[in-house]
Design a protein around this ligand. Structure first.
Ligand SMILES: [Zn+2]
Ligand SMILES: [Zn+2]
Length: 320
């Protein structure tokens, strides 16, 4: 009889612990790219409510030149251009290019597989930069080196977007004031990731005191943060980085970051490793195993550079 009072509180405690772990672990966030699901199935010739969101998505990642929505910063009202909701020729072409890049069936309409790919969390750096599609390297017909000798160095390095050989000894700092939950180990995460790239490139990396001059700066930010590329909350865009010799690498502070991710957390180590690729001058890869592939699932780890990543950095800096 004496054990009864002990059993009851233990049961309550267990229940509370279970509830606490349920609320912290199994709560999927609202996806900023979730609007795409309501547009599934739309195709050329149709007028569809909300289609301008798809156009804005494709413009953000370089697939469309025109921005169908102009935002008035003073009144924060949005003005839709004429035909913003029309599925026209250029939208079809943009979707076809997206489907080629992600090795999907090239249908030209917003089919289920395309929506599924588009809604995955991803890097905010565009796949197409100033008209150059970074994801089409056509490695099946020729190696990086042979194409390089045919077309010159501009195939993998955007002109002026490499570090000059006088700057292979790069310094970096981490903005500790912006660190967020799950990113407490950012310093060692960044050091490990830089070390992985250093093994296959001519670079060395030296951490310097925060606030001093450095080539690379890593930091977290929320929403609008001064570079014209606002973050979008949990899910959607995870981070973005600028090409050489800019050096800024930004991470969305509102993600469920972790350096040991559970099912609904984003692996900080994988995303940092990817973003450093951009800092060194690499674009996105079509190879879904590559670290430089633009999307990554929740809980997924891609912590080792793959052959495609290594070939890319070595072609860029001619280390082979
Ligand atoms: Zn990227
Ligand atoms: Zn930024």
């Amino acid at each position: 009889m004496a054990t009864v009072p002990f059993i009851f509180p233990s049961f309550i405690l267990l229940l509370l612990l279970t509830l606490a772990s349920l609320t912290t672990q199994s709560k999927p966030n609202v996806n900023p790219f979730g609007f795409l699901k309501s547009l599934e199935g739309c195709r050329k010739g149709q007028n569809v409510d909300g289609l301008h969101h798809l156009k804005r998505y494709l413009a953000k990642f370089g697939y469309l030149d025109n921005h169908p929505v102009s935002e008035n910063k003073v009144t924060t009202t949005m003005t839709l251009n004429k035909d913003a909701q029309l599925f026209d020729e250029s939208l079809e072409e943009a979707i076809r290019t997206y489907q080629k890049n992600y090795k999907l069936n090239v249908t030209g309409h917003l089919d289920a597989a395309t929506v599924e790919q588009m809604t995955k969390p991803r890097c905010g750096s565009p796949d197409i930069i100033n008209g150059r599609n970074t994801m089409q390297k056509d490695k099946t017909t020729s190696s990086y080196k042979s194409r390089k000798s045919l077309y010159g160095t501009s195939l993998y390095a955007y002109k002026g977007q490499m570090w000059p050989s006088s700057e292979y000894q790069l310094t970096y700092q981490i903005q500790s004031g912006t660190l967020v939950k799950g990113a407490e180990n950012m310093r060692s995460v960044v050091a490990d990731a830089l070390n992985k790239w250093a093994q296959y490139s001519p670079f060395t990396f030296q951490e310097v005191v925060e606030g001093s001059q450095s080539n690379l700066i890593f930091g977290f930010a929320e929403g609008e943060h001064g570079d014209g590329q606002p973050f979008d909350g949990p899910g959607g865009v995870l981070g973005h980085s600028f090409y050489p010799t800019d050096g800024r690498s930004h991470y969305d502070a509102t993600e469920n970051w972790s350096d040991d991710p559970g099912l609904y957390e984003m692996d900080l180590n994988s995303v940092v490793l990817h973003e450093i690729g951009h800092l060194l001058g690499l674009g996105h890869s079509q190879d879904q195993n590559a670290v430089m592939f633009p999307t990554i699932g929740q809980g997924m780890r891609k912590r080792e550079l793959q052959q495609d990543d290594v070939e890319g950095i070595q072609a860029l800096y001619e280390t082979t």
